[in-house]
Design a protein around this ligand. Sequence first.
Ligand code: ADP
Ligand code: ZN
Ligand code: ZN
Length: 747
Amino acid sequence: MKTAIAKLAVSAATYHIDKPYTYLIPDEMSDKIEPGMRVTVPFGRGNRKCEAFVLATGEADRENELKAIEYILDEEPVLEMWQLKLAMWIGARFFCTVYEAARAMLPVGMWYKDGKRNVGDKTELFAQLDIPGDEALTIAGTIKKRAPGKAAILRLMAEIGGAWVSEITYFTGVGKQSVTRLAGDGYIKLIRKEVFRRPEINASKNGKISALNSEQQSVLNGLIKQYSSGATAALLYGITGSGKTSVYIKLIEHVLSSGRDAIVLVPEISLTPQLMSIFAANFGDNIAVLHSMLGIGERYDEWKRIKRGDVHVVVGTRSAVFAPVKNLGLIILDEEQEATYKSESSPRYHAREVAKYRCAHSGAMLLMGSATPSVESMYNALCGKYTLYRLTQRFNSASLPEVMTVDMKEELRSGNGGDISRRLAREIAMNIQNGRQTILFLNRRGANSLVTCKSCGYTFTCDRCSVSLTYHRANGRMMCHYCGYSRPAEDTCPQCGSTLNYLGSGTQKVEEELHELFPEATVIRMDADTVSAAKSHEKILQEFKNKKADILLGTQMVTKGLDFENVTLVGVLSADRSLYVNDYRARERTFSMITQVVGRAGRGNKPGRALIQTFTPDNPVISLAARQDYDAFYSDEIILRQAMHMPPFSTLFTVTAFGITEADVMRACARVKAAMAGYLSGEDIKILGPAPALVTKINNRFRYRITVLGADTKKLRDTISHVVKVASRDKTCRGVAVYADLDPVDL
Ligand code: ADP
Ligand code: ZN
Ligand code: ZN
């Protein structure tokens, strides 16, 4: 006898036991259940109740005993067929379970309940006139004396026909009971309607793009032509200030007019308030935004507006790549080199890869844009995999800033131990005098403001994580940036007893130095401590924009997307800090960072200048960034990559083991390596490690890592997946967890 069954991706199935599980569909559910719905099932020996996605339904012989599905959680599928397929592809590609991948495509609001209701089901009362308008006016006239409130409502309703009850009470000043009574009289009817919570975006007043300049126009023409030829990929390499955004907007307009939808991905929403308002100015209500700064309800509602086909442009961060637009025509990845496009927790996908998959499967175009494209993308473009477009001029022929470097070694030698060189101080003073504004960027990547004893070299480190503690002036404590541990700052060195001075160069210290140098100047500081929500970030920028401050001092946040006319000077403090990190992308990242921040200067009609402070002015990465010479940087870098067999000449995988006991973790890693070497002997691959991860200990867990470099073959991927699964079952390494990753951000 045949019986109805479903294949499920089960939440409780961990990576090493993940597969489609078969469950019985009870008779009463047989006509309700569909792929893409969520259900609950008993799982494992204890029959723990857990959630699952239905991947497929079918029939099977009733041979062995099957467990049955318990409940259906959705009235209709929340995932479509293409999303289920994509989830399976992500599972295989990025070494995660299909459930994890599927869940990442949906707004979290689907899992959270607010009282009895789902977070998303927000409803309000809507009132509609149920009698002809002139009749309502007549009645209003007759009851005017007796019930002036009801009369006022009827007059309003006669005029507008329908309104939210909250609006009616607001505009008439009459209480809600009057509305209810009018409904009881049969004059109006009340309908409970769903309302969408919408995030607020301030449309920029002059953000509407009217015409392109000739270089932008010819790029647009090329892109439009390419768009009509189906699934393709393009790289737009345009210098800072060349107006990539304008090209995006015109291209999206074209895509919309062809009846299709567009998704625009940005690295981090808080970094791009200006971009958002320009999009709002051009597309109004036709956009939905998806990012982590939204409330759960807002995110869920934006997602629903997209799913229902109410909007055709989606702007968002990484996970917006999953936006369920109906008819995908274009995905744009702005600043495609940014590390934020890679997820660092499971599912560890890269938005660029997912975008490629989606475009290929829906005949859509992928457009990647950047002033400093990733080495991989430029390589693909030069090989002809992507079509390359260039914007070489700043809009309105504004010139690129003049860049100077300052050797901080000399500064030290001549007795200036501060963070601001004498040259930079002079330039800032001049700017203040002329009423111009300055942006100072403090590169914090790769180093912290350590607390070190100058006599004996003692440093304070976190007991749980293998990192140095950072001193925070605001609370007078030393803090760990990984686990949040903190302790009060000490006056003397616990090792030798000498007096400690807190010399780190955090933004706070630079701020103090600026106050000493320029007591009259206003300084706005922008870093993780001063920015807590999207709002406050926007407020800070708004304040700066309204010329309330002479100097904007900040970390990574000030490098991108800012476009202020009055900024004519940019200073890069400690430019080389990020250069000496042990990561094959360190050069690329440093180059990109300096180029981006230098590009913030001179965007209006006043020429800009930039000053790079470095201890290694002769390092080619620094000098090329100073010249804003991406092409030269790329040609140097690609040779290095080839010599080292690094991406794009190979694909880099890692297998990471972590656990409480260091010896167990190392042993697990060694076993993984041995197994892998066995399976892959004779293949042209390199297996490196085991080596401690960049931060070896986080929250008392040691992390060790194997790195595998080789051609991206199915055999290699299957082998990695297999050894991870075996290692997770290994009884001799209990307490050690193992996972694999594809090209992680932090090596
Ligand atoms: P990019 O993102 O390439 O660094 P932007 O898109 O920020 O450059 O553009 C730089 C400046 O030039 C912005 O102030 C933008 O408003 C302006 N701009 C660029 N193209 C146009 C255009 N076609 N019409 C009007 N203003 C433009
Ligand atoms: Zn000491
Ligand atoms: Zn810690």
